[in-house]
Structures are given as structure tokens and as C-alpha cells.
Design a protein around this ligand. Structure first.
Ligand code: SME
Length: 156
């Protein structure tokens, strides 16, 4: 497996189309969850240079901070709290165009302006979430949802 990432140019869809098989390659043959979450976060950060990208994992009925790229972040989030806890509770992807307009948003950094949170499923249950924050408003849409859901589906 090559550890170099080829960074694609072009529109967002083209960037995801290039990234998806590369992430698949990074995960192939590596059974360790932490290693795989870390490489997914790093690959997404390298391609898109978002403000924050990382995982929270369900441990003892709380979301606990996992591998991420970006500034330090809050470590624990309860079910139903913030965007992450809401995505966990609803077992659904949530796109937030303006975090200040999301009731209960947890501001780990005041620089974060928009956000997408994608649940990770195992055996039909949410086992964690992928959280991506941008320092610009309205950065995430249905294209991000489709591809980020495909990316987290690669996690086994
Ligand atoms: N904003 C998230 C908290 C996690 S940080 O953004 C890294 C939330 O409201 O759940």
C-alpha cells in the first residue's frame, strides 16, 4: 500500500471520486480501528483542508473524542447533545449551514462556522460519528453527505 495521497483538483465530486478509492486502499488489510480512523481523518484533511475533521466514538453511552485533525476539541458528548449527539440519537447525517443557528451546538472553537456529522453504523447501530467543521458558512451539501457516508461505510 502506498502511503502517499494524490490530491485531486476540480470540483468537489471529482475530489471525492479520487479520494474514495485511495481511502479504500489505505484501509485494505488493516484491521485496527484506530489506525483506520486516523488515516481517514488525515486523508480528508489533506484533500479538503477543512478546519476540523475527526471521529467521536460511542463508549459507555457517550461519544468520546477519537482520531482527528485540527485544533484540540471537547472530549465527551452525551446523546442528543450538540450536532454530534443529535446525529447519534437520530442515526442520521446532519448538515448545519450556520452553527450559530443550530440549537445546542457545542462550540469547541468559535472559528467553526458550518458542520456535517455522519453516523458510523455497525450491525444497524451507531458506533461513532464523523464530524467535519469548516471555518466558512454553508460548506456542506448533499454531495458531501453521499461521499462521506460512502467513506464511513468502509469502516468495519
Ligand atoms: N460542534 C460539535 C462538537 C464537536 S467539535 O465541533 C469538534 C457538536 O455540536 O456536536
Amino acid at each position: 500500500m502506498a502511503e502517499d495521497l494524490t490530491i485531486a483538483q476540480g470540483d468537489k465530486k471529482a475530489q471525492y471520486e479520487s479520494l474514495l478509492p485511495q481511502i479504500q486502499g489505505l484501509l485494505t488489510g488493516e484491521p485496527n480501528l484506530i489506525a483506520n480512523l486516523a488515516n481517514i481523518a488525515a486523508a480528508l484533511k489533506e484533500q479538503f483542508n477543512w478546519f476540523w475533521v475527526g471521529f467521536y466514538w460511542v463508549i459507555d453511552d457517550e461519544l468520546v473524542l477519537g482520531p482527528f485533525q485540527g485544533p484540540v476539541a471537547c472530549t465527551r458528548i452525551k446523546k442528543g447533545r450538540g450536532v454530534c449527539g443529535t446525529a447519534w440519537e437520530k442515526a442520521a447525517t446532519i448538515i448545519v449551514e450556520d452553527v450559530e443557528k443550530f440549537p445546542g451546538h457545542i462550540a469547541c472553537s468559535s472559528l467553526s462556522k458550518s458542520e456535517i456529522v455522519v453516523p458510523v453504523f455497525k450491525d444497524g447501530k451507531v458506533t461513532g460519528v464523523l464530524d467535519v467543521d469548516s471555518s466558512d458558512l454553508s460548506q456542506f451539501d448533499a454531495i458531501d453527505q453521499v461521499y462521506l457516508e460512502k467513506i464511513v461505510a468502509l469502516i468495519v
